[in-house]
Design a protein around this ligand. Structure first.
Ligand code: FES
Length: 154
């Protein structure tokens, strides 16, 4: 979907800025906003580029750098911590050969932590894109990542 198609889904009102930036970011396979995106949004809403850039760079939900095709978020809130979230995170770092907030060189995975995902009953938990995984162990994490890699190679 082009940026103009995305913009046309919203009224050109400044209060729609966050929703528009979110929709534009989601439309990119690399889950980020480019300077061209920010300029187009600024023009559409009749706002200055610096105002739009300021919002995009301030809000943690927006990314100005490319991210992986799949975003892995490991819960690091207390229930998951107690159930082994650190081991899960360490295993992911080991498998993917990246640290937290980094993207694999092939652009497939970005690894992040997040606060409670609301599924404490299946701690430790993580979400990959929109898919929730729980009761994680290092072995289970390895299988999940292998499954993603298998799917990608088809
Ligand atoms: S603490 Fe991890 S899902 Fe709630």
């Amino acid at each position: 979907m082009s940026i103009n198609e995305i913009l046309s889904r919203f009224e050109p009102r400044p209060e729609n800025l966050l929703s528009i930036l979110q929709a534009v970011q989601e439309s990119h396979p690399t889950h980020h906003l480019t300077p061209e995106d920010l300029k187009a949004v600024a023009r559409y809403l009749n706002l200055s580029y610096s105002r739009v850039y300021g919002v995009a760079s301030y809000c943690s939900m927006f990314n100005l750098e490319p991210r992986g095709r799949h975003i892995i978020r490991v819960c690091d809130s207390p229930a998951c911590q107690l159930m082994g979230a650190t081991t899960v995170l360490d295993e992911l770092k080991n498998i993917l050969q990246i640290n937290e907030n980094e993207t694999t060189p092939d652009g497939e995975f970005t690894l992040e932590t997040t606060s409670c995902l609301g599924v404490c009953g299946i701690a430790p938990a993580m979400v990959i894109d929109e898919e929730v995984y729980g009761n994680l162990t290092p072995e289970k994490v390895r299988e999940i990542i292998e499954e993603y890699r298998r799917r990608e190679s088809k």
